[in-house]
Design a protein around this ligand. Sequence first.
Ligand code: PMP
Length: 438
Amino acid sequence: MTGLRERRERTLGPYAPLFYDRPLELVGGDGVWLTDVAGGRYLDAYNNVPHVGHAHPRVVEAIARQAATLNLHTRYLNDRVVDYAERLLATFDAPLDRVVFTNSGSESNDLALRIAAQHTSSEGVLVSDFSYHGHTRALAAATTGLRTREGLGPHVRTLRVPDLDGADRGHDEATVLAVALDEARAAIDSLRQEGHGLSALLFDSLFSTEGLNRVPAGYVAGLAALVRGAGGLVVGDEVQSGFGRTGTAFWGYQNHGVVPDLVTMGKPMGNGHPVGGVALSAALLDEFGPRNMYFNTFGGNPVSAAAGLAVLDVLRDEDLVERARATGVVVRRGLERLVAAHERLGPVKGTGLFFGVEILDRPRNDPRARPDPASTRRVVEALRARHVLVSRIGREDSVLKMRPPMPFGPREAELLLDELAEILDARPFGRCPLRSGA
Ligand code: PMP
């Protein structure tokens, strides 16, 4: 154990998670590269918080300049804050024309649930059965992807999110859709019968924690129609999928042809500076505002607004959403080549700059094939040893997770793919080698 790790455990306790068997001590970042304390360089194929790249000079300068001018709480008029609200709202679809700023994704989702409860006079919440939406008490009671003391609240019902590239592979898409929507109907009925009513559906439009599920066409729209039919609101959690991550749209919900009633934001919004927000319609805010004093000391302060504005500027000026789409095509093609060569890899999942590939314990065509988290873990560690950073997601932690900063380009994509290919070729994982026929 290094001295720093010991000191960390003695102060932060042993429960604050760290990546890797040999945790990294990083001291610098630029673009899609990170530098460790020994001067080693790492290709970052994991981090989405530094959305427009580590230490992007325009974001750094905007933060520094505003911090050197004025930063304080949010109860004074400030043109930068209003400029940011206007610029951000211009990216949304009607009727989302108001934004409430917060400091994190958790705060945003917590507030969205409060607004939904106010609107519906109900508490019932629908979430997926393997999801993460934040760390407040209300969200801990609605979180299914992590262990919490609260456990699921009596007002929460969970839905199994279908996956045409996972558990539902090979099944008829229309049938998978019908079964999933029946399950949602039953969950809404059960909330009604037990007196909770329906307040909100809370979902991540990329189903990232779930493992980047490929849902049947019309699934999210179908869920939204059921929820609205029962008087509930639709909350789109764009903490992972927002700000162009999918390459095909600025907001993940746009890929599903649904405009949520509330959209929650966090992680990439300030490129590492803590800022979040909830976008909603004036009508909804006008219901909530007069009955609830909502004051957020730090949420959307002038420095946060400067960071957020700079992120929007860089996304536009460097055409990063299109770049994510184009690089995503390169990554997908490369991963598909790897899948063709290695029969223990599942189908390629994801879009834009968020990809997943599941590792299985047997050839994928063997009906007994199961997720193999131990092998996935070994690949993540082997990539780290080769200075490429990725992670794992999914119910079984068996899906390799690749989600780099947005400037990740074709050259970096080839680097990632080459390293991954060498690892998969070189090492026999578990009971059978990854390479078909090897
Ligand atoms: N929603 C989603 C989909 C997330 O992935 C996360 C964080 N991983 C959150 C909400 C919570 O955001 P924060 O950690 O900023 O509170």
